[in-house]
Design a protein around this ligand. Structure first.
Ligand code: ZN
Length: 331
């Protein structure tokens, strides 16, 4: 966790770092922008920087306070989300969690920071409840409201907050981020970045979804042919998984999903319940060729493979043995 992990928004970072180094902290900030723009990370990093024991303009990441902040265990950084309120009790919830708490002095820091997520989901009554906390806060209090756009907040609130609107991030920055973090090839990074309209979170999600789709496709191609292929024909599939070996557990999840789909099909469950709902024909065909006990054996083989993976056995061997257990049938 650090400002470097947030793409773009250089003006906001500079403003917040200066505020900390000059000790000119406002009592309320309004971070406005779509989901995925980095508001939450910015708020957490700013809060941690305010409390860092090293006393620089940004968090050091090493001290006890920074470590507490990074693991979301800092007693003086409070997270509030109106979505957590019980049904129809948003106002009471807001009163209890913010107004009722704000007079309690910080435990270990000079400040007490409230990070209010989804502030745009606060009804007018709830916004009015926190208004007084924003108008006359105790000197140690900092409220950071995160909202989709500033117009979602009452004018009375907006006028008392430092307004920080998150701007679309440059395409080139998003591209290199996707290549670095999601290991997307450059031509795809370009395409995804072009359609993300400057929103790095949305771009990352699109890239990750795409990887997931590719993995799922690999597993369905592998397993739909597992009873017909010779074992040497597994090699390209195994190599592909090994080249992506940080995600072996996800491949294993997808294999379990496949066998559960066979099971669901055998018991006549609705095909809309299948995880591989785009492969219904293959699922049907495979399900007809196996017994319940085959499916059970295959699921056990995946469990064994997970255990072996945790025990640092050779990964290629683990996968090969697992596939060999899949293809051995009782009938
Ligand atoms: Zn620190």
């Amino acid at each position: 966790m650090s400002y470097n992990d947030i793409l773009g928004q250089d003006d906001i970072k500079t403003h917040l770092k200066n505020a900390v180094s000059l000790g000119k902290i406002s009592h309320a900030y309004l971070f406005a922008g779509e989901d995925g723009m980095g508001k939450f990370e910015m708020a957490r990093t700013f809060a941690a920087s305010l409390m860092c024991e090293a006393g620089g303009s940004e968090m050091c990441g090493e001290c006890r306070s920074c470590r507490q902040a990074a693991s979301r265990n800092h007693p003086d950084i409070i997270y509030f989300d109106p979505d957590d309120a019980p049904d129809n009790k948003q106002a009471e919830y807001t009163r209890e969690k913010i107004v009722g708490d704000i007079l309690v002095r910080p435990y270990q820091s000079e400040y007490k920071v409230y990070i209010i997520q989804n502030a745009h989901k606060m009804r007018e009554i709830s916004q009015n409840i926190i208004l007084k906390s924003i108008e006359e806060p105790p000197e140690y209090v900092v409220l950071i409201l995160l909202a989709d756009k500033k117009e979602s907040m009452l004018q009375t609130i907006r006028s008392r907050c430092v307004d920080m609107t998150f701007r679309p991030v440059k395409k080139e920055l998003i591209e290199s981020f996707l290549m670095r973090k999601c290991e997307v090839p450059d031509y795809r990074a370009k395409e995804i970045a072009a359609f993300s309209f400057g929103n790095p979170g949305a771009a990352e999600k699109a890239a990750v979804d795409e990887e997931f789709k590719e993995r799922k496709d690999l597993i369905s191609r592998l397993l739909s042919g597992i009873y017909d292929r010779e074992s040497y024909e597994w090699i390209p599939f195994i190599d592909k998984m090994l080249s992506d070996d940080d995600n072996l557990n996800e491949y294993f999840d997808l294999m379990e999903d496949w066998f559960r789909d066979l099971l669901l099909n055998k018991i006549g469950a609705s095909e809309s319940k299948l995880c591989y709902d785009n492969q219904v024909l293959k699922i049907r065909e495979c399900a007809q060729r196996v017994l319940f006990s085959d499916i059970d054996n295959s699921l056990r083989a995946v469990t064994r493979a997970r255990r072996a993976l945790a025990a640092n056995v050779d990964k290629g061997l683990i996968i090969f043995n697992m596939l060999a257990s899949f293809s051995v049938k009782d009938n």
